[in-house]
Design a binder for this molecule. Structure first.
Ligand code: GAL
Length: 355
């Protein structure tokens, strides 16, 4: 039995590239507590009540900055950018000019490159203990992306047990942008084994199949009759080990689902019958990338337990992977004078009966 609590402030006081790092905590009257750090503008802990009223920490992470820096998996809870997910061969063209990025995932550029937004110390401002804004200016050419990009990510904890995430960005040169949050969820609590018995619901009629390098093919495909049909809620375990070329390429689910819902309706949800905790995701983004933690590799987490493969899942709300190389996908171009805006809500509740 794990008794969950928040990490200590002093274990997050450190200096990275000359900038101080910290831990911040938001609380609401429903008993929910959420911890963040300015290192990667990331979510560190999310304590929510389960069906018996006990608090469980439903995101994976570490108890100190030091452990975040040492970990094999770098994206725990982080803000990911300047371009979330993969860009094939680490290159794209804008107005006829070729931009070259670092290849940190085979030949792909993954999550904005090795020193993407997840690895930066962001500036921050807390308002009334309910909202925290993180801000970072990514200089022109950082990780190969054009334009000085000013990015703001604000997290708000509501009295409805929602974490509301709002992204804003502006550039001074035409560029591409795709931001997401990379929280790894386990609704039984981090360190409590795998998530295979979690029940997922994704109302998407289509998903994006991938090639051998995990780059999306050119067109969306119907989920009908495939392992990717979550239109009726089903356990992650139901089809994940099926003999299916798409699941083999992702080593499990590592695919973008086309979000056809407005932000007023859930684009995805997950539920653990064991804890009774449900997570619903609402977003303005055109895609929800479902990743079932297939590549997690035994980092030791907050409760001194191993984070093994499939011990968590991510719902990464975002534009489609590799969009700069697929002109038919929803546009990821940001022009000077435009303001990039995007919103995602992670809402937690307790569900008494099984779906
Ligand atoms: C996910 C991605 C996975 C893996 C992971 C980071 O967003 O879809 O393939 O790269 O990030 O370990």
């Amino acid at each position: 039995m794990i008794i969950y609590s928040l990490p200590d402030y002093q274990d997050f006081e450190y200096k990275i590239d000359g900038k101080k790092t910290h831990l911040f905590i938001l609380r609401n009257r429903m008993g929910m507590q959420v911890a963040f750090t300015d290192y990667g503008a990331r979510i560190v802990s999310v304590l929510v009540p389960d069906k018996t009223g006990d608090l469980r920490d439903v995101v994976l992470g570490f108890n100190s900055i030091h452990e975040y820096l040492q970990a094999d998996e770098q994206y725990h809870g982080a803000t990911v950018g300047r371009f979330a997910n993969r860009i094939a061969n680490g290159c794209f063209h804008l107005d006829g000019k070729k931009y070259t990025l670092q290849q940190n995932n085979g030949s792909n550029c993954l999550h904005g490159g090795p020193t993407g937004l997840h690895s930066k110390v962001w500036d921050r401002r807390i308002s009334f203990k309910k909202k925290i804004d993180f801000c970072y200016v990514s200089p022109d050419g950082e990780e190969g992306f054009p334009g000085n990009l000013k990015v703001t990510v604000s997290y708000e904890l509501t009295e409805d047990n929602e974490i509301v995430i709002k992204y804003k960005a502006e550039t001074d040169k035409k560029t591409v942008i795709n931001l997401t949050n990379h929280a790894y969820f386990n609704l039984d609590g981090e360190g409590q084994g795998d998530v295979l018995s979690h029940i997922l619901h994704l109302p998407s009629d289509h998903f994006l199949p991938i090639d051998e390098n995990q780059i999306p093919l050119d067109s969306e495909v119907s989920v009908d009759g495939t392992a990717f049909d979550f239109r009726s809620p089903k356990k992650i375990s139901q089809d994940i080990d099926k003999d299916d070329v798409q699941l083999k390429r992702g080593n499990g689910y590592d695919h973008t689902f086309v979000n056809q819902k407005p932000i007023s309706e859930a684009a995805a949800s997950a539920y653990s019958p064991n804890s009774g905790i449900r997570l619903e995701v609402f977003t303005t983004e055109p895609g929800v990338h479902l990743y079932t933690g297939n590549f997690l590799s035994e980092d030791i987490g907050k409760s001194d337990r191993k984070y093994s493969s499939r011990s968590a899942f991510c719902f990464e709300t975002q534009h489609y992977p590799d969009s700069p190389n697929h002109p038919q996908f929803p546009s990821v171009i940001l022009e000077p004078g435009q303001v990039f805006e995007s919103e995602t809500i992670y809402k937690f509740s307790v569900k008494k009966q099984i779906v």
